[in-house]
Design a protein around this ligand. Structure first.
Ligand code: GCU
Length: 438
């Protein structure tokens, strides 16, 4: 009996806080022939069956409907009121990255309901050319100090206290200074005339189930207030954080805030696409290996499903999303609706062969079924109907794409593509190209 209790305890602890980098949930489908049949709806037809045929109708009817449905059923609603923020520049180093960049460390203090939350933002802008610079914005997994091995980089107080509680605690060695430097090719980004802005995602909201007491949720909750069934989850909070970094970039003359590409890997890719869907100031969106809850189809049962995501990461989405555990068929929205919200802005989807958990084929299909929205804006159809050959990059297109070899990671191959894509759109805009035209 004791043994069973212990096992049960261990099991529930794994569900609430557990995490394995290469998950193998029993019963996961990894073969196309085992995928059960599933429905695809038309992204341009409203829930009441009305067909949308013009941009005006899309903007007035269908787009707000998708946003509302995704908020109610999946990510939860982002609070409309913004917390008060104080900006403190902690460091300006004009000789960063071998003298090529200006590095700034910025402390954002959010204040609401008499509570405070501090977030450390780290930004780099090129010293030569392109000032103000178009910029990548990305949430990092292991803290700003993991980006560059320099003792001047401030380590987040929350990270020092809380990292062991995050579902990523197995990545502890990467919290050392420069531990993730190989993931972020800042010098190359700077050499290409682009900027880079980042913050640790856990500074905005913790990555463990805490009843939404800490992070930005803690600030928004009034004393005794219960977390509602469609209140934002952690992904919503991280997406909110990306918009707050953009608010800062708007105040800094070294950056061109009208040309900010929001990038993200994995869970932070899910946050990036949700951020760009809600905040149209982001001029470009680049979700890398975003999987379920990102660009992969949800009704297609392959790799990670809405069921496994809900069970393993109960804090990521809103409570309503739990209705879809073993019930994906009843979803009225799918990833292509989310992707449609990025239109007409440039979008680049990066998938990997060794990342079957994220369902790369489902990520591709999500993009394909979102096409009608881009076409409504007069943008040419993505030139391929099936996944492109491994290692082939589609850059000169409003929707960029690649399917590469290798595992679930943000690799140098990915960055090369994202840099090219950003340069193509931000530095050589042609008349037929549209971004952020609202
Ligand atoms: C897990 C999770 C994925 C997520 C990934 C990550 O594998 O199931 O949904 O994308 O972690 O963030 O690395």
């Amino acid at each position: 009996m004791k043994k069973i209790l212990l096992l049960l305890l261990l099991f529930s602890a794994t569900i609430l806080n557990g995490y394995s980098i290469d998950p193998t949930d029993p019963g996961t489908i990894y073969s196309e022939k085992d995928v059960p049949p599933y429905d695809i709806h038309d992204v341009l037809t409203t829930l009441s069956g009305e067909k949308v045929t013009t941009v005006a109708q899309w903007e007035k009817l269908r787009r707000p409907e998708i946003l509302e449905t995704l908020s109610t059923e999946m990510y939860g609603f982002t609070p409309a009121s913004i917390a008060k923020v104080k900006i403190k520049i902690i460091e300006v180093n004009k000789k960063a990255i071998n003298g090529k960049a200006t590095r700034k460390q910025v402390e954002l203090t959010f204040i609401k309901n008499k509570k405070k939350l501090k977030v450390q933002v780290l930004v780099y802008s090129p010293n030569k050319k392109n000032k103000p610079a178009p910029t990548f914005t990305i949430l990092n997994f292991c803290g700003n100090q993991s980006i560059e091995a320099d003792s001047a980089i401030v380590i987040s107080e929350t990270l020092k206290k809380e990292f062991d509680k995050t579902v990523l605690r197995t990545r502890k060695p990467r919290t050392v200074r420069g531990g993730d430097a190989n993931i972020y090719p800042i010098e190359e980004i700077i050499d290409n005339g682009l900027g880079f802005a980042t913050a640790w995602y856990g500074d905005f909201d913790p990555d463990y189930y805490d009843g939404f007491k800490n992070g930005i949720h803690g600030l928004y909750h009034k004393k005794g207030q219960k977390h509602g069934s469609n209140d934002w989850g952690s992904l919503g909070a991280w997406a909110w954080g990306l918009s707050r970094i953009l608010d800062y970039l708007e105040t800094d003359k070294d950056f061109d805030a009208t040309k900010v590409a929001v990038v993200g890997h994995s869970r932070n890719a899910k946050a990036a696409i949700w951020a760009a869907a809600q905040d149209r100031r982001f001029a470009m969106c680049i979700p890398n290996n975003s999987g379920c809850g990102g660009t992969a189809l949800m009704k297609r049962i392959y790799g990670e499903t809405a069921s496994s995501l809900n069970r393993r990461f109960p804090h990521w989405m809103c409570e309503n999303f739990k209705k879809y555990i073993n019930n994906e068929d009843s979803l009225t929205i799918d990833s292509y609706d989310l992707i449609g919200l990025i239109a007409p802005r440039p979008l680049y989807i990066g998938s990997a062969e060794g990342d079957q958990w994220a369902d790369p084929h489902g990520e591709f299909l999500g993009m394909l079924y979102a096409q009608p929205v881009y076409q409504l804006y007069g943008i040419k159809k993505f030139p391929y109907d099936t996944m492109t050959p491994l290692g082939f990059k589609v850059i000169e297109s409003q929707i960029g794409y690649h399917y590469r070899t290798g595992y679930h990671a943000l690799t140098h191959f990915d960055w090369e593509a994202y840099i090219e894509f950003a340069k193509y759109h931000f530095f050589k805009p042609t008349e037929s190209m549209i971004y952020n035209n609202h």
